[in-house]
Design a protein around this ligand. Structure first.
Ligand SMILES: [Zn+2]
Length: 475
């Protein structure tokens, strides 16, 4: 029998609001342990939570970037359970009245069709404290860090609309891009600001039934999520074919062994309305006010880049993959560089310069003006492409303008015909075999000779003119 996988996701995202969710403590979980705490987020008896407006703004921005409807009223419930990272015995979360419902994102499937994947709801939730397991005097000890206690999270719950690991990875990439554009989270699975749990079940192909699902947790990259889903689909298929039954449970992904294995079930307590935090009432005017703060979103931007700058769809979508990258692209073009040259250099050499230095597009040390001027010199044939790479690399580490660097490193391209003629003359007289070979029509020799000329001129000769001169002399 052929099976179809049915996959839904639950995604926790850490909001980057300045404060925690119910107090004014800084929302910086990575600070030295227990630095950012107060009676409210240590959950001391009697300390009352007060919901932060700055958290609400970030959460609404995020929901709007995922095309969700903001609910006029939403409220917090107590999700009851006890664990050392939650000593008050319940977590404030929204169960009965979530902040937002009915979102969607479009993805392109493996068959190059656009498909709309639905988001059921997005609700807010406070994070729990962090347990740190250490060894002291040869004894295992567990410590609790409350910096993360009460940190703001949203949980995104999708409909089970995905059917392959490819669907899921494309969805997660689109989701991450939208949320990063909204400025409400860094959304890094590697750093734990985005955590993805996948619910996976199988059904016979072309049927509409929903079967018992298995939840898979503990993936720390989008690639990991894909691998875990592929593994789990194969495991369930194998089990079904052997006549086994799938039971509802949770499994952990082991990224080293590349397998999932069952984990102990956690006690799921009831969800009861919280009496302390007031109901959140949101007017349409307020939603519109926040909507106006969203930047131009990727889909619109890609269409505009294609029309306005003549980019291909692939180029436009590459350059819009991150907000800061797209802004830098446009700044550079406004300073006079030609759009497709900018795209080429941004997605190749510039990307490697950034990766080598562990930077991101938001902390680029090269100003758009300097970058545009550098590309201008290249386009006017004043420097070679090799020299451009060299200058760009120097620009990352100094404040000097490209003009200064070109002068200091003596990189100006030689286009003076007399100088180049002399260079070629010398080259040909020293390479008789190559010249004979070229005369017999061996085109590869031309590349060799041009390469020699470039080396002789320390990369400053104009390769196109060199080739023309050689061709003229061979005839
Ligand atoms: Zn606090």
């Amino acid at each position: 029998m052929n099976f179809e996988a049915v996959i839904g996701l639950e995604i926790h995202v850490q909001l980057n609001s300045p404060t925690k969710m119910f107090c004014d403590c800084p929302n910086r979980p990575a600070d030295p342990p227990n630095l950012n705490t107060c009676p409210t987020c240590l959950w001391l008896p009697g300390a009352l939570p007060v919901f932060s407006r700055n958290v609400l703004e970030k959460a609404i921005l995020l929901c709007l970037s995922l095309n969700c409807e903001i609910q006029a009223t939403s409220a917090f419930d107590q999700k009851v359970y006890y664990y050392p990272d939650l000593p008050k015995g319940f977590q404030l979360s929204q169960f009965h009245k979530p902040l937002s419902k009915n979102g969607w994102l479009d993805i392109v499937t493996g068959e190059a069709e656009t498909r709309r994947l639905r988001i059921r709801k997005i609700h807010m939730e406070e994070d729990v404290a962090r347990l740190v397991h250490e060894t002291e005097d040869h004894k295992q000890i567990s410590l609790v860090d409350f910096n993360r206690a009460g940190a703001p999270l949203v949980e995104i719950v999708t409909e089970p609309d995905m059917h392959s690991s490819y669907n899921v990875m494309e969805f997660l990439k689109a989701l991450r891009r939208q949320m990063r554009y909204s400025g409400s989270s860094e959304c890094s699975m590697e750093q734990g600001t985005m955590r993805v749990d996948a619910n996976i079940s199988l059904r016979p192909e072309k049927s509409e039934e929903f079967n018992t699902k298995v939840e898979v947790k503990n993936m720390n990259s989008i690639r990991n999520v894909g691998d875990a889903i592929d593994y789990e689909i194969a495991r369930q298929k194998d089990s079904k074919e052997k006549g086994g039954e799938i039971v509802l449970h949770t499994r952990l992904w082991d990224p080293d062994k590349k397998i999932t294995s069952p984990m102990r079930g956690k006690f799921e307590g009831p969800c009861i309305p919280d009496p302390a935090v007031s109901t959140i009432v949101i007017t349409e005017g307020y939603v519109n006010e926040i909507k106006a703060r969203l930047p131009e979103m990727p889909d619109k931007k890609i269409t505009r880049f294609i029309q306005q700058y003549g980019l291909t769809e692939q180029e436009a979508s590459l350059i819009s993959s991150e907000l800061d990258l797209s802004l830098y692209f446009e700044d550079t073009v406004k300073k006079g560089a030609s759009p497709r040259t900018v795209v080429h250099w941004l997605t190749s050499t510039m990307t490697s310069c950034i990766r080598e230095r562990g930077l991101s597009w938001s902390d680029l040390p090269v100003s758009a003006e300097n970058f545009a001027n550098l590309l201008g010199m290249l386009e006017r044939n004043e420097i070679t492409s090799k020299a451009t790479k060299k200058v760009l690399s120097v620009m990352f580490d100094t404040d000097k303008t490209p003009e200064t660097i070109v002068k200091e490193l003596d990189l100006k391209q030689v286009s003076d015909i007399n100088e180049l003629e002399a260079l070629v003359e010398k080259l040909l007289s020293g390479n008789h075999d190559a010249v004979e070979s070229l005369k017999k029509g061996n085109e590869k020799v031309m590349d060799f000779l041009v390469g020699q000329a470039m080396r002789e001129s320390k990369g400053r000769a104009n390769p196109r003119i060199i080739a023309e001169i050689i061709a003229g002399k061979i005839k």
